[in-house]
Design a protein around this ligand. Structure first.
Ligand SMILES: Nc1ncnc2c1ncn2[C@@H]1O[C@H](COP(=O)(O)OP(=O)(O)OP(=O)(O)O)[C@@H](O)[C@H]1O
Ligand SMILES: CC(C)(CO)[C@@H](O)C(=O)NCCC(=O)O
Length: 308
């Protein structure tokens, strides 16, 4: 699918100059160190050239948002209530949403030391495997019907209403299921980053879109053939780590024939994740405020900024 026309597109050479005057445009040694620990394959050049300007853009949006919340309250003659700023990150399975989300969380936490920046993934709102099986849709994991969208909308509503201590179930790739214990706790953040394939999708009821809750949204984009490579690479890593752990969902594949396991992963990519990308995820791309387009080795080669 061709890139949408309602965006301005920039090469990284153009984008890396978008800092504004007086902006501290370097990443500190300390930040570099923690970013390297986050994912040792992440390109530090991307951090400097792509994410530092993006952080600056997010500061602009956040600044205006916080003033707007105050001015709106002023208009109504009431005191402003704390209302979190929500950033959504979407894109295909295995395109690198979690990595982008964790990186932004880290950069924003460092640049906004007095603000609380939290992160969750919508995978925690998937129905548990037992329920997917009951409904006969275990092979549709990730498709719209596999998520409890009402629960996700209620959660987003609670966040925007600034409720304390909201519990969100966690999803584990290793267990291949939603976990019953150790939920994430979202507790009145200033900024919440929500990462998931479905954050720009159509409404589950007629009144409100999930995307209505987001104050800034990012779509991580790449050619499907490349994403398949990244999906298979991650599958190999999951196999390697599963070898030590019979409880791990991937153990059954790790101890068997590796070529067969890889063929199975290729089929799952083609019949589930690629299908989901084409039918439900890619069509939401033109709703994002920003498109981060990746090429080989996860290098970002193009950035699209929505005009309208
Ligand atoms: N910038 C990057 N540099 C190098 N490797 C990366 C980068 N981003 C992601 N990866 C690798 O690509 C794979 C997929 O990334 P990640 O798990 O972040 O994807 P995702 O979009 O969150 O997937 P899912 O929707 O399945 O949770 C992982 O193996 C990750 O280590
Ligand atoms: C949990 C999701 C849906 C999204 O992160 C994905 O990683 C997934 O498990 N998809 C189902 C098909 C598969 O096993 O890859």
């Amino acid at each position: 699918m061709a890139l949408p026309e309602n965006y301005n597109y920039y090469t990284r050479d153009e984008w890396c100059n978008f800092h504004g005057k007086n902006q501290l445009n370097t990443v500190t040694q300390e930040e570099l160190h923690s970013i390297a620990a986050l994912n040792d394959r992440i390109s530090l050049k991307d951090v400097q050239e792509i994410y530092v300007p993006l952080r600056h853009l997010l500061h602009i949006y956040l600044h205006h948002y916080q003033h707007l919340v105050e001015d709106r309250a002023d208009f109504r003659g009431v005191a402003a209530t704390h209302t979190p700023f929500l950033i959504g990150i979407s894109g295909s399975v295995a395109v690198g949403k979690s990595t982008t989300a964790r990186l932004l969380q880290l950069l924003l936490s460092r640049s906004l030391p007095n603000q609380k920046v939290q992160l969750i993934t919508t995978d925690g709102f998937l129905y548990p495997n037992a329920e997917l099986k009951r409904q006969g849709i275990l092979n549709r994991k990730g498709f719209p019907e596999s998520y409890d969208m009402e629960k996700l909308l209620t959660f987003l509503d609670q966040v925007k209403s600034n409720q304390p201590q909201i519990e969100v179930p966690r999803y584990s790739h290793q267990v291949y299921d939603v976990l019953n214990d150790h939920p994430d706790i979202i507790d009145q953040p200033d900024v919440l980053i929500v990462e998931g394939i479905n954050i720009l999708q159509l409404p589950s009821n007629q009144q409100i879109y999930v995307s209505d809750y987001f104050d800034f949204s990012i779509y991580v984009d790449a050619k499907p053939d490349l994403i398949e490579e990244w999906y298979l690479d991650r599958f190999k890593v999951l196999l390697d780590t599963a070898l030590q752990d019979p409880e791990n969902y991937y153990y059954q594949y790790a101890i068997g024939d590796r070529d067969e396991a890889l063929k199975m992963a290729h089929r799952v990519w083609r019949d589930v994740n690629l299908k989901n990308l084409r039918e439900y995820i890619l069509p939401t791309r033109n709703r994002a405020d920003l498109i981060l387009h990746k090429t080989q080795h996860h290098v970002i080669d193009k950035i699209g900024l929505r005009r309208y």
